[in-house]
Design a protein around this ligand. Sequence first.
Ligand code: ADP
Length: 469
Amino acid sequence: MKIRSKLAWTYIILLIIGIITISAYSILTIRSFLLDEGIEQFERDALSMSLAASSFDDNALFDDKITRLAQLSKYEIAVYNNEGYRFLTFPDYAFEDVMEVLSTNLLQKLEQQDGSPIIENSEQSEKLVAYVDLGRSNNQAQYLRISQDKSQYYAAVASIRHIIYAGMIFSIGAVIIVSFLFARYMAAPIMKLDEAANDISRGNLDREIDLNRNDEFGTLADSLNHMARTLRADNDKLKRLNEKQSQFFADITHEVRNPLHTISGAMEMLELEQLPAEKKKQYMATAQKQIKRVARLFEDIKTLQRYDFDESFINREPFDLKMIVDEVETVYYPLAEKKGLELHTKNITPCTVDADPDKIEQVLDNLVSNAIKYTLEGSIELGFNFLDGEVEVYVEDTGPGIGSEHLERLFDRFYRTDKARSRDKGGTGLGLSVVKGILKAHQSDIKVESEEGKGSRFYFKLPILNKKD
Ligand code: ADP
């Protein structure tokens, strides 16, 4: 059974029970009210009739007068003498089952009554009965018995009952219609939510539930929408990650294949016996260069993989940034000089930073080696700019610069502005992504300003612990 039918039938059953209970209670209350009213009226009438009967002292016409009184009042009347024997009844058939003599017990009670009627209303009897002492001494008519069927009083209940039954049927009809409409209204959001939850479980995450309600159903719909949105975002993220991963592996294969071809070519040449010694040296150098490139490639991949799985893979410690810069300068100065470039530093003052010294050295290493690699003439400047609580480290060159169309993707893995030139210079295409990964782990970022034909300026910031002026 659907929730809508369940709700509807629950309302219907509960309301029908309510309607029947109220109707039955009303009928019983009205019935007992009418009987109480009837008894009061009966008591008053019995008293009036006893007064009337006690005034009938003409013995010859007594019977006629009593009969007339019974006819007019529509009550059944019997008259008893002072010993309790019945001598007159009207109508006769009403007294066929009634004892002709009054019990001594009743006679005693009547004597004590002082003219007021004794009312008998037993559950078993269908009649209301009143006995009255007429209080006479010179007449044989001493006691009066007045009775009436109780059904008289319930006659009104019968017509009221019909009205109540009609009302009951009308209410039940209305209850059925209203219950179904109400159940539909109540069940509509549940059914919508159920549909949506089924859709989500089947993987259809694009749907939005629009209930437009401010109650708990509205809150539930919002939660489901939120859940679907989160799942959608996670799904997209997974898809992108998957694509990125596939692309990454394709790039690695490509990057490894090239140097392997070159190495294999060099090996074949080296196998030639008549190859001059100078050529042999040249091929050996080529093979070694490519082996170094593959080694660097795997080193970079390792760093990036570590960064992917653990963004905080760095070991922070306070150290003097100047010392690292000095080391880098010492290593790269001869290389720059060999290429006819001037490598100089600016504003390099001792300052302590809280970072991973090896990783920061790797960052400077990559930036300075790129600058030397891509600059054909001019100079490279490595310097500090002191800002509010931070030091900006920059590497500036007078190289070819980078077109603005490349800047957005420059730090992506394997992205190169000029693939052939990069490979030719032993580049892996991972240097800048490694720089970005390391700085991100330090809650910092690498920035670049570049103009084609003029040069490039790569820079990043680190918070200073203290600085000597
Ligand atoms: P690669 O191993 O190719 O140098 P990187 O990630 O270090 O890889 O650099 C990505 C690309 O950015 C390089 O291929 C190069 O085209 C460009 N690039 C990096 N540094 C410079 C620079 N100082 N001057 C000009 N181009 C640069």
